[in-house]
Structure formats: structure tokens, C-alpha cells
Design a protein around this ligand. Structure first.
Ligand SMILES: CC(C)(COP(=O)(O)OP(=O)(O)OC[C@H]1O[C@@H](n2cnc3c(N)ncnc32)[C@H](O)[C@@H]1OP(=O)(O)O)[C@@H](O)C(=O)NCCC(=O)NCCS
Length: 169
């Protein structure tokens, strides 16, 4: 199985915020944004492994800025690290000032996907080699995030979270 770069999984989706997708303050409803992020991220994970993928966990989401009705938003997703059967995907959300064309970072998220076969059984994914500085930083911290997610989900014990323990040593 040939290793791939994060660049090969880059997925960019640009869309508008319409009236049925907002909260009472006329800003984009959080659940709507999560769905858009999930869609872009799942395409990205699928581009990395060319297999069926399922969302295993939403590890982190920061709704830093409200996104007003009518905004043009761009969701950018890229696999940051591949493990055995799982992949971490980083999602950056940008809001565009349509007058100036300038893009401002509004939100970000980190999701975990697992590649599965037709019966839903996890299957092995290709390795990944980060190229840019930001890809290398995200790659390096991904194991720590995976261990934190597994710990919070009760799937590993604290003494198995070596990367987390190293933070306090
Ligand atoms: C995701 C799923 C396939 C994992 O199955 P499982 O039996 O727990 O499989 P495993 O324990 O072997 O885990 C598979 C991989 O997922 C990772 N994983 C599982 N839960 C995780 C979590 N909460 N956070 C991070 N990684 C997780 C494991 O570490 C493992 O990674 P690795 O092989 O790269 O080391 C299974 O739970 C599932 O099908 N869930 C439903 C998915 C779905 O329908 N999503 C849509 C939302 S409704």
C-alpha cells in the first residue's frame, strides 16, 4: 500500500449560508456547520484510503466566530495523520468577505475516521508523509490527540496514554 501526502486528500467545499440553516440570531446553526465539516472530512479521508469511511469521533471543534446569514464559507479538510485503520482529519473553516475577497478563519475541527469493509470491519489504510511545516506540526501532535480521545471514550487506560503522560513529565 503506497504512502500518500496530506495534499492528496485536500478537499475544499465552498457554499453559502441560507435562511433555513441559521439560529435565532441569524448566524449559521452549529449542527449545520458540523454536518458540512463532516461531509468534507469524510471525502478527504476517503481520498486518502480509497475505501468506505465512517466517522469514529469528533475530537475537537472550536466555534470561534459566528457566521452570519448570507456568508460565503469555505470548508477545507485534509488528513493530518493515518494510523492503522483510522485517520485524523483537520478541518479549517473560512468566511469570505465578498466585497474584498479576503478570507478569515472562522472555525476549525478535528475528526477521526475509520476505513471499513462492506461488513463494517476496520481495514488498514495507507501511511502518510507530511510535507509542509503545518502538516508536520499536525502530524506530530495527532498521536497525543488520538490517545486523549481514546482515554475519554474509555477505550484505553491512563497508563497506556504515553504521549499524554509525557506532557507532564
Ligand atoms: C468506528 C468503528 C468502525 C470502530 O470500530 P471498533 O470495533 O471500535 O474498532 P477498533 O477498536 O479496532 O478501532 C478502529 C480504529 O478506530 C480508532 N478509534 C476508535 N474509537 C476512537 C475514538 N473515540 N477516538 C479516536 N480513535 C478511535 C481505534 O484506535 C482504531 O484505530 P487504529 O486501527 O488506527 O489504531 C465502529 O465503532 C463504528 O462502526 N461506529 C459507527 C460509525 C458511524 O456510524 N459513524 C457515523 C455517525 S452516526
Amino acid at each position: 500500500m503506497q504512502a500518500k501526502s496530506p495534499r492528496e486528500s485536500l478537499t475544499i467545499s465552498t457554499d453559502m449560508v441560507l435562511p433555513g440553516e441559521t439560529n435565532p440570531l441569524n448566524n449559521l446553526f452549529g449542527g449545520e456547520l458540523l454536518a458540512r465539516m463532516d461531509r468534507a472530512a469524510s471525502i478527504s479521508a476517503r481520498r486518502h484510503c480509497n475505501q468506505i469511511v465512517v466517522t469514529a469521533s469528533v475530537n475537537h471543534v472550536a466555534f470561534t466566530k459566528a457566521v452570519p446569514l448570507g456568508s460565503v464559507i469555505t470548508v477545507e479538510a485534509k488528513v493530518s495523520r493515518a494510523f492503522k485503520t483510522s485517520m485524523e482529519v483537520f478541518i479549517d473553516v473560512w468566511v469570505e468577505d465578498t466585497a474584498s475577497g479576503e478570507k478569515m478563519k472562522a472555525n476549525e475541527g478535528i475528526y477521526t475516521f475509520v476505513a471499513v469493509d462492506a461488513t463494517g470491519k476496520p481495514t488498514v489504510v495507507p501511511k502518510i508523509y507530511p510535507e509542509t511545516v503545518s502538516e508536520k506540526e499536525r502530524f506530530a501532535a495527532a498521536l497525543r490527540r488520538k490517545q486523549l480521545s481514546l482515554l475519554l471514550a474509555g477505550k484505553i487506560k491512563p497508563h497506556d496514554a504515553s504521549e499524554l503522560k509525557a506532557l507532564f513529565d
